[in-house]
Design a protein around this ligand. Structure first.
Ligand SMILES: [Fe+2]
Length: 143
């Protein structure tokens, strides 16, 4: 495992099983990316990471939006836009890396993935958490 790998942190945990599983998958992909960079594995390995990320954005975002819609979450439209922008960004970064592979592109991808974890998951995804948990009768209210 790469020295700077990201351990799964309980703060990522939403209590929504499908989302937690998906988010663990994203953390695994980020750690694979860090390993690929560490070991200087090159284009083929990096292209594989991007395939994984593109597949992830297609399936995870759909799943997440379906769950939000089912629970009647009011912020769905805004969240959908944030997903579109993450999808676009994955494509742009892939093109950047393939046309100019190297430290600069890697640093940019690293920044993007770290931002995805800390801003998208920890801030934006957490906004729908209570609505989903409540719709499933799983919201434990503290008095
Ligand atoms: Fe999301």
């Amino acid at each position: 495992m790469a020295a700077k790998s990201i351990p799964w942190n309980p703060v990522f945990e939403m209590g929504i099983v499908e989302m937690d599983d998906d988010h663990r998958g994203l953390v695994r992909m980020i750690n694979t990316f860090l390993e690929v960079v560490d070991n200087d594995e090159g284009l083929i390995a990096m292209d594989e990471i991007f395939r994984g990320l593109i597949d992830y954005t297609l399936h995870h975002f759909d799943r997440e939006e379906r769950i939000m819609a089912e629970a009647g979450f009011g912020g769905l439209d805004g969240h959908h836009l944030a997903h579109l922008s993450l999808k676009d960004r994955v494509g742009v970064l892939r093109d950047l890396y393939l046309s100019r592979p190297g430290c600069e592109a890697e640093a940019e991808i690293h920044r993007f993935l770290a931002d995805w974890l800390t801003n998208h998951i920890l801030k934006m995804d957490m906004q729908y958490r209570d609505t989903i948990l409540a719709s499933r009768g799983l919201l434990l209210k503290s008095a």
